[in-house]
Write a protein that binds this ligand. Structure first.
Ligand SMILES: C=C(O[C@@H]1C=C(C(=O)O)C=C[C@H]1O)C(=O)O
Ligand SMILES: [Mg+2]
Length: 452
């Protein structure tokens, strides 16, 4: 049997909805699914008019999802405790009734401080409609809330969502934008002060690592299309995650992050320590020399080792078994290369995704060590709100869950784009070299946006 086109799949969903007119089959989420021939998910999503919009592509490109609208949404704008998150998480689990439902979303870098408007400190969406690709197979999914006390309204909403689907058009051609202004916070001189403070021997003896970061706000001459920009970014770093969250008009968070927070398949967990950075060479020879120097460098090895050890310590109480690469290998990106250690674990049967998320996030790759003192320093000294930058973004599902660390990311509001970059500061860090590391981490996105 050949799979249906998108139009046919939408019609089939409509027909399935008609069969549910009288009552929901059970008191949970009801998921309708149709196989179809597929559409390019990012281009399709760019054309949709319903919010929120969520895009997710796994590292390795095997899984991709474009989702729109909401069947349910959980937003925490104020202070949120692990207990509150757990209560919501348990509710979601109980409603899935064995179906392949996914809650997409994320949490801010620091749950204890205000996040960005429109995003919240933590936010998870069960989308109304999803295009999901697994390898070459596409499915169109529709979620319905069977717990509602107005089922006919729920059906009407779902049917409207189907009717409002727009056909996919190709993404606008890539273009460069004239730069009207740029501001960095912290600026270079403040950065030097901060690095001096956190590398002071007395400070280091209590807090061996703090990941300091910077927001670079660019004012461009025209509005940026987040979807085209993400597609370009994806082309440059295919071995990264790509994701986007848009909850309000003209405010979209995109990321092309190399870093996995965790991936769970039933009880098999994969995570990693990605920390330690150098540039790429202009020739194979130079690239190899830079790689070898990175592998030998004690400051970079220390950055990576602290992350690996902390992840192992945090996961040990939650795992039956845990294993990690003893020595780092290289993770190469378009303009930089990192040190990387894989960590795998078999988690204990009663351990859930929320426990994993809270145990791991934020890792010392983006926060520091010990977590509490590094976070407290960042909160007091960094001077801007990180919001979802360096937060955890991804999805919770039944058998599969995956989260990435939202670095190499940008917040786009029309012609204003905020870029973020951080660097792990440890004993032996030099302010100039770390400032250059920030620049190197922005090199790919800047080369896509600006005529350089
Ligand atoms: C914090 C960022 O990256 C992190 C810091 C790194 C480092 O200092 O070497 C490397 C990878 C990430 O763990 C970022 O890109 O914003
Ligand atoms: Mg570094």
């Amino acid at each position: 049997m050949t799979a249906a086109t998108l139009t046919l799949a939408l019609n089939n969903l409509h027909s399935k909805l008609q069969l549910l007119t009288h009552a929901p089959p059970h008191n949970g989420v009801i998921q309708l699914s149709e196989a179809f021939t597929g559409v390019p998910p990012l281009a399709w999503l760019a054309c949709q008019t319903q919010l929120p919009k969520v895009y997710w592509q796994s590292r390795g490109h095997n899984e991709e999802c474009a989702a729109i609208g909401e069947c349910r949404q959980y937003v925490f704008t104020g202070p949120v405790s692990p207990e509150q998150l757990d209560a919501v998480y348990q509710e979601l689990r109980n409603q899935s009734h064995g179906q392949d439902t996914r809650y997409y979303g994320g949490c801010a870098f620091d749950l204890s401080v205000p996040s960005w408007d429109d995003f919240g400190r933590a936010r998870f969406v069960l989308p109304r409609l999803e295009v999901r690709r697994n390898g070459q197979e596409y499915r169109l999914l529709l979620n319905l809330d069977g717990l509602t006390n107005d089922w006919s309204h729920e059906l009407k909403q779902a049917s409207q969502a189907i009717n409002q689907i727009q056909p996919a058009r190709p993404l606008p051609a890539p273009k460069k934008y004239p730069l009207l202004g740029r501001s960095d916070l912290p600026n270079y001189s403040r950065w030097c002060e901060l690095v001096a403070q956190v590398t002071h021997p007395e400070f280091v003896s209590n807090t061996p690592k703090v990941v300091l970061s910077r927001i670079s706000q660019l004012q461009l001459a025209e509005a940026v299309d987040p979807w085209s920009l993400l597609a370009l970014w994806q082309g440059r770093n295919p071995n990264s995650y790509q994701f986007a969250f848009q909850f309000a008009d003209n405010n979209c968070f995109i990321s092309c992050s190399p870093e996995r927070l965790f991936k769970r398949r039933i009880n098999e967990l994969s995570t990693e320590a990605l920390a330690g950075t150098t540039t790429r060479g202009n020739s194979d020879e130079e690239d190899k020399a830079l790689a070898e120097a990175l592998l030998k460098d004690s400051k970079n090895s220390h950055e990576n080792q602290l992350v690996a050890q902390h992840i192992i310590d945090s996961l040990t109480p939650l795992s039956q078994y845990i294993g990690a690469d003893e020595t780092p290998s290289l993770f190469k990106l378009n303009r930089i290369q990192h040190l990387h250690r894989s960590i795998t674990a078999e988690i204990k049967p009663q351990v859930n995704d929320l426990q994993l998320l809270l145990a791991l996030h934020p890792t010392p790759a983006v926060g520091g060590l010990p977590r509490a003192s590094a976070m407290s320093y960042i909160r007091q000294q960094e001077g801007y709100r990180r919001g979802w930058y360096a937060g955890a973004c991804g999805y919770f599902g039944k058998d599969h869950s995956e989260f990435s660390v939202a670095i190499r990311s940008a917040l786009i509001a029309n012609s204003k784009i905020s870029l973020f970059a951080g660097a792990g500061i440890v004993q032996g860090s030099n302010a100039d070299a770390e400032w250059n590391e920030l620049e190197n981490k922005l090199a790919t996105i800047l080369s896509l946006l600006l005529e350089l």
